[in-house]
Design a protein around this ligand. Structure first.
Ligand SMILES: [Zn+2]
Length: 545
């Protein structure tokens, strides 16, 4: 190559070429892992793999087109080539994924340690995959159309690329959704997005102000119905996982998924309740906050106390029992018990996880020996996918044949739904067992007991070719947003809080949402505080006479 070498390229062609190069040259770690996640290489997989390649090229090209301007695009691409070649070296050499912690490691590595990371192999990789293509880019002479036409072309390329990418995404959604969910490492392997995202996260964390949690409802106190209390109360809030309302026979589903709850006297089933978000990380902090869906943001929710804190201020003891992946900050200032770790030889656990029934272990003892009024949150593993068949013990495989793999593309919609319905059948058993246990505690130990159950969000099982959950709320299908909601009280619990069952039963088909939970729990337990909004209390005028 002589220094006179100076190819000419039109700017839109240049970004496309750079995108192809980024996807093809640097991503062998990603492709290897992606093959594993999608069932290995085969001829029948070829169209999907080719489409995935195209999808990534289109996405990268859309991003590069946003900065496709004279004096901007070349430096950007050169920086990308150099940084991505280094990232590729580390991923290949150390088998590492690049995330926030990795960036922190690199930034905080001292010079001596850094020296050990440099090697001939690194110089070679960065030289061949970084410096050489960077020189080529530097020598390339880009031609730009006149200003107006260039802007129009850029906009067209961005829109066209995104549209085509969205088409591919929809076409292979059944393959992508479980692959990305079960193999979260994929997004840490796809470069250059991995280190850009990681660096962004690292800087955000570094510059974030220390979190000060604003107090909420410090004025909370037990209301008048508590004045002549003869018994302790225990209120259990069950937070379900991925249970969608429409697959409960209590909500008129075709299969009998609620053989036990449908026989449970006094159970109130609300059929028209929607969730705050379509993913656990949104719904759980949102439902326990006073913000409501419209005002909710992750930062606001973490910067302010929530329902469990208000209950604590009012004098309740609060315990969070978890068989899921934690309480997403909502239980930061109350007792927390992790029950998700499998115990060897325990019939309620398999080698990887425990069934939800585990959450009920030693619960009667806890209720009996508590000294104070108690609120217990049980956080289920519920119907978490895509491996639905792993969520229930063998005895609950009533519907079938079921999908036994997390590679949903290998299953029919009927098999996926059958496995999912078995998880609902198991939740039916779990809630029924809990209610029986609470009724027993009420009879044996003189404790007034009540239960509220709701799920965090729903699930798509192939409707409109969508699977799992997490769709952006405004375009999310009702399958992901409509959640089950149930209430049960012992007779004395209903009596002491003067809960008019008939009045509440008349509201079971009204439209409610997660926004109602915060105020309904306070209302139900007769907690008086300035943050309580009676207009959002589902049971307002049905309780306390
Ligand atoms: Zn969830």
């Amino acid at each position: 190559m002589t220094l006179n070498f100076a190819p000419r390229l039109r700017a839109p062609v240049f970004t496309l070429a750079a995108s192809v190069f980024l996807v093809a040259a640097y991503n062998n770690s990603f492709w290897q892992r992606f093959l594993v996640a999608t069932g290995g290489f085969s001829i029948s997989n070829l169209p999907m793999l080719a489409a995935t390649f195209l999808l990534l090229v289109l996405a990268f090209n859309a991003c590069l087109s946003l900065v496709n301007y004279r004096f901007v695009i070349k430096p950007v691409v050169i920086a990308l080539l150099l940084a991505t070649s280094a990232a590729t070296y580390f991923m290949n050499q150390y088998g590492t994924q690049i995330d926030k912690a990795m960036i922190q490691n690199v930034v905080e590595t001292d010079v001596r340690e850094a020296g050990e990371l440099f090697s001939m192999k690194m110089l070679l990789t960065v030289g061949l995959l970084g410096v050489l293509p960077a020189i080529l880019v530097a020598r390339t002479r880009l031609t730009f159309a006149p200003r107006g036409r260039h802007l129009l072309t850029n906009a067209g390329v961005v829109a066209g690329s995104l549209l085509l990418a969205a088409g591919i995404l929809l076409l292979f959604f059944k393959t992508y959704a479980p692959a990305v969910r079960e193999h979260r490492e994929l997004r840490f392997l796809l470069t250059p997005t991995n280190y850009i995202q990681a660096a962004n996260g690292f800087l955000k964390q570094k510059w974030a102000k220390p979190q000060v949690v604003a107090p909420l409802g410090r004025d909370a106190a037990k209301g008048v119905t508590w004045a002549d209390q003869a018994h302790r109360t225990v209120t259990v809030l069950v937070v379900g996982e991925t249970a969608r309302a429409m697959n409960f026979s209590l909500n008129k589903y075709g299969r009998n998924t609620n053989p036990l709850l449908s026989q449970q006297p006094g159970l109130l089933n609300f059929s028209n309740v929607s969730s705050c978000g379509t993913a656990t990380a949104v719904s759980v902090p949102c439902v326990f906050s006073a913000l409501g869906r419209e005002n909710y943001s992750d930062t606001k929710a973490h910067g302010q106390e929530g329902l469990l804190d208000v209950l604590k201020h009012a004098g309740f003891d609060v315990i969070w029992r978890d068989n899921n992946s934690g309480c997403k900050g909502t239980c930061a200032r109350v007792a927390y018990e992790d029950w998700s770790e499998p115990v060897a030889g325990d019939p309620l656990c398999n080698s990887e996880e425990c069934y939800d029934e585990k959450l009920l272990e030693r619960l009667p003892e806890l209720i009996r020996t508590a000294k104070n009024d108690l609120v217990i949150v049980l956080h289920q593993k519920g119907s978490h996918g895509p491996a639905y068949a792993k969520r229930y013990p063998p005895g609950f495989g009533k519907f079938g044949p079921v999908c036994n793999t997390n590679e949903l593309e290998k299953c029919t919609q009927e098999q996926i739904t059958a496995a999912y319905d078995n998880t609902i059948l198991y939740t039916d058993y779990f809630l029924d067992k809990l209610i029986k246990l609470l009724r027993q505690s009420s009879a044996d130990d003189g404790v007034d007991t009540g239960m509220m159950y709701f799920s965090d969000h729903g699930e798509s099982l192939g409707e409109k070719n969508m699977y799992l959950h997490g769709a952006p709320y405004i375009i999310s299908p009702p399958e992901q947003r409509r959640v089950p909601f149930m209430l049960w009280f012992s007779d004395r619990y209903a009596e002491r809080f003067k809960i008019a069952r008939g009045c509440m039963a008349a509201r079971t088909s009204q439209s409610f949402s997660h926004d109602n939970v915060f105020h309904s729990v306070l209302g139900m337990l007769d907690v008086s505080t300035a943050v309580y909004n009676p207009a959002l209390d589902m049971f307002n005028a049905c309780t306390h006479g």
